[in-house]
Design a protein around this ligand. Structure first.
Ligand SMILES: Nc1ncnc2c1ncn2[C@@H]1O[C@H](COP(=O)(O)OP(=O)(O)O)[C@@H](O)[C@H]1O
Ligand SMILES: [Mg+2]
Length: 303
């Protein structure tokens, strides 16, 4: 957190009683998120982790203003959001660049929309600065087909920070990259956040990434009716040195904590399970914790 000691951090984002309902194939509302509450301080980096399908992207896209909020609300700065805005920029897994535009033109596309009154020279400077920050200062004229996956994602990151947002939202941004590129880009993001003093939220299912990058890891419970299950504060100083962090015994403790949370809630597909007393029980789609409860109930009913 960037907050100075003794001073209360300014709140950048407040998510209160957030609810999301999607219509199911029968036209009924299916509640995916229920009472999701989270405050994010200015300059804080949050990682949001949880099982696939629990609703991480749903929360992120609602925060981005790209997905309608069913109930509750989100305040960014001091204003409740009602749609997308230049105060929030998103980086998705795939940058979806315009293939007929070079890196410079792809970044300029968004800048032109957000700064219609800036001069041509000002806009050029913003684009060039963003591309240099992500290490593409020498590749501005390259087209997507000439760029590796990692470089394309760098353009995606440049495009997001060129909007000079207050909050950067990242939805599994390194999911399609090899582990070396992934590490490089994690460092790029960490550097940018430190330099540009942004608040950020990254959705990831990579436990190491969640711990290494964030100030707090927010663990989501499983859906439907998913919310914040637990929050783990990561107490490594910044700037973080990857080698030091990965060798720190606390890193393993944090990692274990997240893994235990996820394991306990691992979705179990339909099948059967034999319990200690020798009884076998069939089940469909029970989550770990529910299964234990069902097992206990079953054990007493057959005792
Ligand atoms: N547009 C949609 N319409 C209906 N259901 C959706 C839609 N988007 C997501 N869902 C459902 O909402 C749940 C959460 O999805 P999502 O937020 O993408 O999860 P995650 O990002 O954690 O994998 C899933 O069950 C998914 O099938
Ligand atoms: Mg997702």
């Amino acid at each position: 957190m960037t907050a100075t000691t003794g001073k209360k951090p300014t709140r950048a984002v407040e998510i209160f009683n957030l609810v999301k309902e999607y219509p199911n194939p029968y036209g009924d509302d299916f509640r995916v998120i229920e009472n999701f509450n989270l405050n994010i301080a200015e300059g804080e980096f949050i990682s949001l982790i949880g099982h696939s399908g629990c609703g991480k992207s749903t929360v992120l896209t609602m925060l981005a203003g790209l997905n309608e909020i069913s109930d509750g609300g989100i305040i960014v700065g001091k204003k409740e959001i009602s749609g997308p805005g230049p105060d929030r920029a998103v980086v998705f897994q795939s940058p979806c660049l315009m293939p007929w535009m070079n890196a410079f033109q792809n970044v300029m596309l968004g800048v032109r929309n957000v700064y219609p009154h800036a001069t041509k020279a000002e806009r050029k400077q913003i684009v060039e600065h963003s591309l240099s920050v992500v290490g593409l200062g020498d590749a501005m004229k390259k087209y997507p087909r000439e760029l590796s996956g990692g470089m394309q994602q760098r353009v995606g990151i440049a495009r997001a920070i060129a909007l000079q947002p207050k909050v950067l939202l990242l939805d599994e941004p390194f999911g399609r990259l090899d582990s070396l590129t992934r590490m490089e880009l994690q460092d790029v993001i960490i550097d940018i956040l430190a330099k540009e003093k942004l608040t950020a939220l990254i959705v990831t299912h990579d436990v190491d990434e969640a711990v290494f990058m964030a100030d707090r890891c927010v663990m989501m419970s499983n859906g439907p009716l998913a919310g914040v299950g637990e929050i783990l504060e990561i107490d490594f100083p910044r700037p973080r040195n990857r080698k030091e962090v990965f060798l720190d015994p606390m890193f393993f403790k944090y990692r274990e904590h997240l893994l235990a949370f996820l394991e306990q809630r691992a979705p179990i597909k339909s099948g059967s399970r034999t319990f200690a007393n020798g009884n076998t029980m069939g089940f469909i789609d029970k989550k770990g914790a529910d299964l234990e409860a069902a097992a206990a109930e079953h054990a007493t009913s057959v005792a």
